[in-house]
Design a protein around this ligand. Structure first.
Ligand code: F6P
Length: 348
């Protein structure tokens, strides 16, 4: 059998679990005597031909480390000058038989285009937002939930001591999965997600009602992407965009607006924190380590079987595969029942 040459790339925001995927890919490939080339810093490496061969020694024991040893970026290769041509040239120059592309919606949409151009592609869905379709989980999500839940629960004692409202702003431009699951686990009393418009007056009412019942403090978990109703302070979203063309969330700092508005309307001392990139940092939790290893191993098995144009996903406890378009063409809608359940439980 001809020796297969696998290219691997991580794109979009980093997250814990990526190195477990990389180690598993290299280990399994080595077992089959395949070669692995890592393209550096997302699509930038593929366009510029910036890459390095990955050996078993290079990836030894990286599976518990956060981040990605091959770097990442949100670069969209189809928007870079001559990006498409340069990418195809790179793949030819390095004699790549198949690209394993790990990324979120932006990265995998480009991967789908690349596959449409005739390149052999296998995708692995990754995002702490957990909003890619046809998979129960995206790698990194569980680790981010663990980190954010711990930070939210730390706000309880300080909120209680000062009889304050404490607000934690979480990542999630248009998806509330992270805020919902970590807000619930971290004991937030009010959980605000982008999928449901937030009426500030209703939020203030809950805070005041809690006071009347003797609960003198309230912890709020809010997604960075929420939309506000009855808010006097404008939630400014400037047009500043990232490399993928998304509005940068720092231009509409929800935490600050909520803090000012709630304090003004309730007269209760209110403080806010932006959890920010802390949520993406650090080592993966056990779930993401195991998940990453399984994803990487499956991707190489798929490469060996020449099952191209597919993404590796998890359904229940089983790893399986679906067409790339099934993962990127729709977003995974927040489970409304779960949201209701969280509302009920957290207010108690
Ligand atoms: O898509 C993942 C994500 O973490 C979003 O939740 C967040 O809005 C965005 O990335 C932040 O991206 P950057 O690293 O470019 O600030």
């Amino acid at each position: 059998m001809k020796k297969m040459k696998i290219g691997v790339m991580t794109g979009g925001g980093d997250c814990p679990g990526l190195n477990a995927i990389i180690q598993a890919i290299v280990k399994k490939a080595n077992d089959y005597k395949f070669e692995v080339v890592g393209f550096l810093d997302g699509y930038t490496g593929l366009v510029e031909g910036n890459a390095k061969t990955l050996t078993v020694d290079d990836v030894n024991d990286i599976y518990q480390d956060g981040g990605t040893i091959i770097g990442t970026s949100g670069a969209n290769p189809f928007k870079l000058k001559d990006g498409q041509k340069k990418m195809l040239d790179t793949l030819e120059k390095f004699k790549i038989d198949v690209m394993i592309i790990v990324g979120g919606d932006g990265t995998l949409s480009s991967a789908k285009k690349l596959s449409g151009l005739g390149v052999n592609v296998i995708c692995i869905p990754k995002t702490i937002d957990n909003d890619l379709s046809s998979t129960d989980y995206c790698i990194g999500f569980q680790s981010a939930v663990e980190t954010a839940a711990e930070e939210i629960s730390r706000l309880q004692t300080t909120a209680k001591s000062h009889d304050r409202v404490m607000i934690a702003e979480l990542m999630g431009r248009s998806s509330g999965w992270l805020t919902l699951m970590s807000g619930l686990a971290g004991g937030a009393h009010i959980i605000l997600v982008p999928e449901k418009e937030v009426d500030i007056d209703k939020v203030c009412k809950i805070i005041k009602k809690r006071r009347k019942l003797g609960k003198t403090y309230t912890v709020i978990a809010a997604s960075e992407g929420i939309n506000l109703k009855n808010c006097d302070i404008p939630l400014v979203a400037s047009d500043e965009r990232d490399e993928s063309g998304n509005i940068r969330m720092v231009t509409r700092r929800v935490a600050e607006v909520l803090e000012k508005e709630i304090e003004k309307k309730t007269g209760i001392s209110t403080r806010s924190v932006v959890l920010g990139h802390v949520q993406r940092g650090g080592s993966p939790v056990a779930f993401d380590i195991n998940f990453g290893i399984r994803l990487g191993l499956s991707a190489v098995e798929m490469a060996k079987k020449k099952k191209f144009g597919y993404a590796v996903v998890i359904k229940g406890v089983k790893i399986s595969s679906v067409k790339i378009e099934d993962v990127v063409e729709k977003t995974k809608v927040l489970d409304k029942k779960l949201l209701k359940l969280a509302d009920f439980f957290s207010m108690m």
